[in-house]
Design a protein around this ligand. Sequence first.
Ligand SMILES: [Zn+2]
Length: 414
Amino acid sequence: MIDYFTRLLGIQGFVVDAVTQVKHGLFSCVILDIKRVQQKFVCECGHISCEGIKYRERKIQHLSFWQHRCYLRFMQFRIQCPRCGLKVEALPFIHRYSRVSVMLGNLVYELCKVMTNKSVGIFQGLDDGTIKAIDKDKLLEKQANRSLDGITALGVDEIFVGGKNCLHMVSALDGPRGPELIYIGKGRKEKNLKKFWKWFGPKRTKLITIAVMDMWKGFINSFRTNCPGIVILYDKFHVITHLLDALNKVRQHELRCLSKRLKGLLTGKKFILLSRLAHVRGNARVALNELLCASPRLRKAHLLKESFSHLWSYKSKTCAKRFWRLWKDSLKWARLESYERFVRMVDKHLDGILAYCDHKLPLGFVESTNLKAKNIIRRAYGYRDDEYMKLKIIQACSSLRFFQPWTVAFNNSE
Ligand SMILES: [Zn+2]
């Protein structure tokens, strides 16, 4: 019978010596006493010794066993290593300071991808602090061992966390595993990005040929200095945000000038006015039509807003330039000051916007990363540990996010 337990447990070099069941509150716990087959002790550095000094009895939690919580109890030894001196032995199924087995740690890490830390804690009978420590450790390890080879296009964006706190997020847009978020750092000034370049390494930096960003000086300068000759492509969504701002200015202006009856039509319509026409349906569409009929200036501004995103559908720069000229021309007698300001800004950055004709990169990814990051922070009601928050966002926006619960036992069973 005990033989079976040894085989089921599957920890090499150890056999199950005894099995005890104890009641612990509501739970039934099974304690497996395990002992080593050979007098063989391994130091952290890899040195193997045949002599050990009894150190302490340890009890660590392992993967749940049927309806029972399971614990492993064993004697841990210290060894006299010729290289490191007196050291606590290293065991393959336990991290040095952790109170859970490596396999349970792996499971907790997997569960934290899809559940809140609190639920994982309740599920596995561990406190929040332990869950976080396990998850963070594992994330640090994964992030450090990530492959960053074969990247030629980067995307950078900022995100505001809790008011003024600003972070920059760098994504690889053409990595071997598809677009992925690879790095998050504090601030959005040129000097803040220095850490990223150091982390990314000069060898990989040389391979970068194109970058997607918004029209923010800090990012532009940093990329231009670190990758000379880089093509900079301005993000579609940021350009459109500027256009929506301009449209909103027109709305505010109209709200000030219009008669009382029309004001009633205009109030509370900001959202449907700024949404894409195809997404406005039913009653909202009726209200929008009424509104646009009442104000010709607003109708013009709305029409121009709708047609603008066409600019990204061209494959040839000449055609795109012609479209842009026509778009500007139709603005001539409209007296929309905020739009004229927008035109000046686009003209200044036109090369970077039209670069999209030659380089079709997944622009949506940078934007969706931003949304996902905000969701992660909201789900956790804000993080107190910045480092952990960054890691969690990186995890959610990269190939590290895939839930693979059945790999837990096999990751470390040598
Ligand atoms: Zn050693």
